[in-house]
Write a protein that binds this ligand. Structure first.
Ligand SMILES: Cc1cc2nc3c(=O)[nH]c(=O)nc-3n(C[C@H](O)[C@H](O)[C@H](O)COP(=O)(O)OP(=O)(O)OC[C@H]3O[C@@H](n4cnc5c(N)ncnc54)[C@H](O)[C@@H]3O)c2cc1C
Ligand code: FES
Length: 266
């Protein structure tokens, strides 16, 4: 059952050119959230803009009894996110969630690949933290393949490093890491004999399609977090429909956002 909260903004800090990280006080919502799930945020306490905007849970703030909220990591792309970027600590936003089906982590994982394109990094930090806590006391290797157009799209490097994630970076203009697409890095690593138990990915659809194609060619299961424009976030407007494998449609908000790609009509 999704929760509705008016969350205090704990911080809203610019990370890079057009990227911000916002900490929100909402212990109940943080307790309910799983990696890959998202919240719908009302960016202003008025009917303009009328629709809430979806954002992935990026990170939990605190643990156990001391869990006080969560973070979102967002890119300013239009009006809603521009309004969000101007809010200050101490102000409040309406949040609804958590929504959707997140990533699932089968027992016994030992070697995991994460693949992110641009702001697709947002849900993968919470997932990586969970994997890190699952791995305590036994080996669990986690490698992040992270691609962006340029160096300023590559966020949270240090945070991933601190929790023991191995990073492989690519940029299209060669300003950081390998020059080219992140999927070429992924393909190269798999071709060298690395064989992860699973690949989790989030990013633009062409990147997800190529990740699926590569994963299938190496016979590695994957889970993909998809995006679509969303009006409600909970199955009422049917605006987030995408083609399923069969004759029908899937809804990113209720069937996803994380999908087994074999169910998608690609
Ligand atoms: C499940 C889910 C999780 C998301 N998590 C994050 C996140 O963690 N961080 C983040 O920065 N963004 C995330 N997004 C995308 C984010 O919701 C949109 O960027 C945001 O709603 C845009 O609002 P806006 O008013 O600023 O832009 P608008 O003025 O509404 O649109 C500006 C441009 O962005 C495009 N756009 C709008 N919404 C989306 C969308 N959902 N997907 C792709 N393009 C869109 C529009 O087509 C337009 O070109 C997520 C989207 C979904 C569906
Ligand atoms: S966003 Fe309304 S049905 Fe999915």
């Amino acid at each position: 059952m999704p929760l509705q909260d008016t969350a205090e903004i704990l911080w809203n800090e610019q990370q890079s050119t057009c990227y911000f990280k916002m900490g929100l006080r909402s212990p109940a919502l943080a307790r309910a959230a799983a990696p890959g799930q998202f919240v719908m945020v009302r960016v202003r306490d008025s009917t303009d803009p009328v629709l809430r905007r979806p954002f992935s849970i990026h990170n939990l703030l605190g643990e156990g009894e001391r869990l006080r909220g969560f973070e979102i990591l967002y890119k300013v792309v239009g009006r809603g996110t521009a309004i969000l970027s101007e809010l200050r600590a101490g102000e409040h936003v309406g949040v609804l969630g958590p929504f959707g089906n997140g990533f699932t982590c089968p027992e016994g994982l030992q070697n995991v690949f994460l693949v992110a394109g641009g702001i697709g990094i947002a849900p993968l930090y919470y997932l990586a933290s969970l994997l890190e806590s699952m791995g305590r006391g036994r080996p669990l290797w986690c490698t992040l393949f992270f691609g962006g157009r340029t160096y300023s799209d590559i966020l949270c490097k240090e945070a991933f490093h601190v929790i023991g994630v191995d990073l492989r970076i690519s940029t299209e203009d060669g300003s950081l890491g390998h020059k080219g697409l992140v999927t070429s890095l992924l393909k190269r690593e798999l071709a060298s004999g690395e064989s992860p138990d699973i690949i989790y990915a989030c990013g633009p659809e062409p990147m997800l399609k190529e990740t699926f194609r590569i994963a299938a060619s190496f016979d590695i299961p994957c889970q993909l977090s998809m995006e679509s424009v969303m009006a409600c976030g909970f199955g009422a407007c049917l605006g987030c429909a995408i083609k399923g494998k069969g004759p029908g449609y899937l809804h990113v908000c209720t069937d996803g956002p994380v999908f087994d790609p074999s169910l998608l009509g690609w």
